[in-house]
Design a protein around this ligand. Structure first.
Ligand code: NDP
Length: 313
């Protein structure tokens, strides 16, 4: 039976460390990191994510604010809001909750966020720096995954990492991060997508298999090499007749079958999700430090990349 990579407990420990760092930042420099989450419309899944992010940030000592715009908000209103937050010295991190309602352009909105406050790492400048192997920020989900691997001492250097999914928020930045030179990287990465030929054979060659496709049960036991580490990023709501809500959350991995083959696997929920939220807290602290000229944390500095590592390396 595979080792369960417990994202919930690991994220709680990480957030506690970040809370201590925030207290120290406040004591030494008088800085309280500020995070603004911009949410447009009423998407129910987004409501949960926005609430969880705000709660986690506040529990760590971050000053968090939710800017909620109506479904009818125009692109101009959204961008004016981002301009205002960009100019606010008490706001160090800004993120726009996706998806946006139809008619609003997410990319134009991301580009309106000053790169130094872009804690979701979606601004082209930050994506470019990451692609060059010298990240300023790393999107929260890839950072959370790498931090989970690090805390469970999963060997990454020299490993074959296969990532299923090439989105700008998960697969692509994770590929850049794992393949970069140095700590937390040095993997050989294969980035797969819906046009990949013989996905099963490629997946079976992975030491680390990351599923970020949004397809329930895409990864079966037959696609996993015995002993491999499997990271399930997917969050999919599927019908569950007979349950009170009539649905349940599953990942992209057939968890029960894969757990019998893999060396380690993340559960859904309780795996990558909580690590993503802790990574957002980490990025906000890093942004506050950088904007205030307070230097990087000891751990980030020794990791050799501005804000990449969260601790202990
Ligand atoms: P996207 O829809 O943007 O990207 C999905 C990717 O998977 C695409 O590259 C797509 O290929 C690929 N794909 C889809 N079907 C297949 C298939 N059958 N075989 C191979 N590749 C396939 O999704 P996101 O990256 O935004 O999210 C992925 C999943 O992760 C979702 O379930 C989402 O809810 C979840 N998520 C979870 C987070 C967390 O914190 N745990 C954070 C972010 C996302 P192509 O490019 O060819 O279309």
């Amino acid at each position: 039976m595979a080792l369960i990579l417990d994202g919930k407990t690991t994220a709680a420990a990480w957030r506690a460390e970040l809370a201590a760092e925030i207290s120290a930042l406040k004591a030494a420099h008088g800085i309280v990191p500020g995070l603004a989450v911009v949410w447009v419309g009423e998407n129910p899944a987004s409501a949960v994510y926005v609430r969880n992010k705000g709660r986690a940030a506040e529990e760590a000592g971050i000053r968090s604010s939710l800017v909620h715009l109506p479904e009818s908000a125009s692109q101009h209103e959204l961008e004016s809001t981002l301009d205002r937050l960009g100019a606010d010295p008490l706001v160090h991190g800004i993120l726009v909750q996706l998806p946006l309602p139809p008619g609003l352009a997410a990319e134009a909105a991301q580009e309106r966020i000053p790169p130094a406050k872009d804690v979701d790492c979606l601004h082209p400048v930050n994506q470019g720096l990451l692609a060059l192997g010298r990240p300023r920020f790393v999107s929260a989900t890839p950072l959370g995954i790498v931090e989970l691997l690090r805390r469970y001492a999963v060997p990454v250097s020299g490993a074959h990492a296969v990532i299923i999914g090439r989105s700008a928020i998960v697969g692509r930045p994770l590929a850049a991060l794992l393949s970069r030179r140095g700590p937390l990287g040095d993997a050989t990465v294969t980035l797969c997508h819906s046009r990949t030929r013989d996905l099963a054979a490629i997946a079976r060659s992975a030491d680390i298999l990351v599923a970020a496709s949004g397809q329930p049960d895409l990864v079966t036991a037959a696609m996993v090499r015995p002993g491999a580490t499997v990271i399930d990023v997917g969050i999919n709501r599927v019908p569950a007749p007979g349950t009170p809500s009539g649905s349940r959350l599953v990942g992209d991995v057939d968890f029960a079958a894969v757990a019998a083959v893999a060396g380690a696997v993340t559960p859904v929920p309780g795996g990558v999700g909580p690590m993503t939220i802790a990574a957002l807290v980490h990025n906000t602290v890093a942004a506050a430090r950088a904007l205030a000229g307070a230097g990087t944390s000891r751990a980030a500095a020794t990791a050799g990349g501005a804000h990449v590592s969260a601790g202990g390396r």
